[in-house]
Design a protein around this ligand. Structure first.
Ligand code: AMP
Ligand code: ZN
Length: 137
């Protein structure tokens, strides 16, 4: 996709600062750097989001994510690390080429995630689970 910023990065048509690459994955510094060491792990092919990801790509991203997370920990010694991945504009996705954020976390770094807990009754969990199981088969 010529109009996709991450496709351009993968093809080397616009600058990026890479930390890792293999057959399936390219990882580079997020230009926004929420905290120092913030890396994006992107798939090489233009895949819009998680829903279109092939198993081999998912495996490669998972392996690279764990490996780079350890490298970030060793290099920056952050207090923690958040793995963030958005699918669809409503979920906060702004670049529609599949990628995972690795964000080193620091005490009081201002990164916030609002998570409205609802604690529904067990029957509701059972009903939601049944729908997902049916969709899996
Ligand atoms: P998301 O909102 O999860 O789709 O994240 C997109 C991320 O891509 C943002 O954190 C941006 O800072 C980052 N980004 C956009 N353009 C570039 C670029 N040219 N190089 C590196 N990171 C980028
Ligand atoms: Zn793309």
């Amino acid at each position: 996709m010529t109009d996709c910023v991450f496709c351009r990065i993968v093809a080397g048509r616009i600058p990026s600062t890479r930390v890792y690459e293999d057959e399936q994955v390219v990882a580079f510094m997020d230009i926004g750097q929420v905290n120092p060491g913030h890396v994006l792990v992107a798939v090489r092919s233009h895949v819009e989001n998680l829903f279109s990801l092939e198993d081999a790509q998912a495996e490669a991203v998972a392996r690279a994510t764990a490996r780079i997370a350890r490298a970030i920990r060793n290099a920056f010694s952050p207090g923690g690390l958040s793995v963030y991945q958005a699918n669809g504009a409503v979920a906060g996705q702004t670049v529609f080429h599949y990628h995972v954020h690795l964000v080193p976390r620091l005490e009081g770094d201002g990164m916030a995630f609002t998570w409205p807990v609802r604690n529904p009754p067990r029957e509701e969990l059972e009903s939601h689970a049944a729908r997902i199981r049916a969709a899996l088969s």
